[in-house]
Design a protein around this ligand. Structure first.
Ligand code: GTP
Length: 295
């Protein structure tokens, strides 16, 4: 996470750790400082250069996304368009990446990971690289939305900053539907930025519960509801069902509660991991090499 200007600097290692811990916990509930890029030189042998993805004493264990592919195959473009709001046309002017770049993405409560961009010219199969590749599913988060009974035709749980959908129901996703949701998020987020998160925009049905409604046609309504400050549920609802909105709102209420519980568990896990790491470090050695705990 990048350093915050004007913030008093920690006095010692423990203070620094505590501050980092606080930052991470805050990061789960608030925006961080946005993406933080750094170049990692594979030859330098520094922390950034060594491709050690498994530091056992690391206090911050972030999932890592490795962008790998042929030269000029679009790795940097994906990163810029998804995380920096660069328009696809602008990627035409991107220069070739000539070293490994690492970026911390921590500007939302849910999306918190590192991206490593491996430039096309790097021979990833060079035996001097010590790496391990793990492909992990993101894990579906949509608990059961009672779509049949509530009249919801399609539901997405979005990270509103990156507009990545974290989860969706089991019906197929088509690009048009997805793009419509993204446009709606853009509009709602713009309005909420202008008028303050909990205020109505002029003529826009953005009420105090952070809800937005757009009537698409005679049969479907697009319904957005804020789940947390960073997550929004966007649903396509049949209009006749929307008239009985109580059931949808009840479903939403249960869903929101479950999501909040997930975050509470996550906060507890992060906190206990930090405590464990600190204990482990203290046990290791004093500055003169004497073990702190005499056996
Ligand atoms: N037509 C088309 N062009 C693309 C697409 N994605 C990226 N490009 C273009 O391809 C060129 C290379 O894109 P980069 O994102 O720099 O590729 P890279 O894989 O990071 O390249 P290296 O850094 O050399 O490894 C740019 O001019 C992009 O505008 C795509 O989906 N379609």
């Amino acid at each position: 996470m990048s350093q915050v200007l004007g913030k008093p600097q920690p006095q010692d290692e423990d203070d620094a750790e505590e501050e980092e811990e606080e930052d991470e916990l805050v990061g789960l509930a608030d925006y961080g400082d946005g993406p933080d890029s750094s170049d990692a030189d594979p030859d330098s042998g520094t922390e950034e250069g060594v491709l050690d993805f498994s530091d056992p004493f690391s206090t911050e264990v972030k999932p890592r996304i490795l962008l790998m592919g042929l030269r000029r195959s679009g790795k940097s473009s994906i990163q810029k368009v998804v995380f920096h709001k660069m328009s696809p046309n602008e990627t035409l002017f991107l220069e070739s990446t000539n070293k490994i770049c690492r970026e911390d993405v921590s500007n939302s409560s849910f999306v918190n990971f590192q991206i490593w961009d491996f430039p096309g010219q790097i021979d990833f199969f060079d035996p001097t690289f010590d790496y391990e590749m793990i492909f992990r599913g993101t894990g579906a988060l949509i608990f059961v939305i009672d779509s049949q009974n509530s009249g919801i035709e399609k539901a997405f749980l979005f990270d509103v900053v990156s507009k990545i959908y974290i989860a969706t129901d089991s019906t197929p996703v088509d690009m048009q539907t997805y793009e419509l949701c993204c446009d709606m998020i853009d509009v709602v987020i713009d309005i909420s930025c202008i008028y303050g998160l909990k205020e109505d925009g002029a003529g826009t049905p953005y009420d105090k519960e952070s809800t937005a409604i757009i009537k698409l046609n005679n049969t479907t309504v697009l319904y957005l509801k804020e789940v947390t400050k960073f997550l929004a549920l966007v649903c396509f609802v049949r209009e006749e069902s929307f008239e009985r909105k109580g059931l949808i709102d009840y479903n939403f209420h249960c869903f929101r509660k479950a999501i909040h519980e997930v975050f509470e568990v996550r906060m507890k896990v992060v906190k206990s991991r930090k405590v464990q790491n600190r204990l482990q470090k203290k046990k290791r050695a004093t500055p003169n090499g004497t073990p702190r705990v005499l056996l």
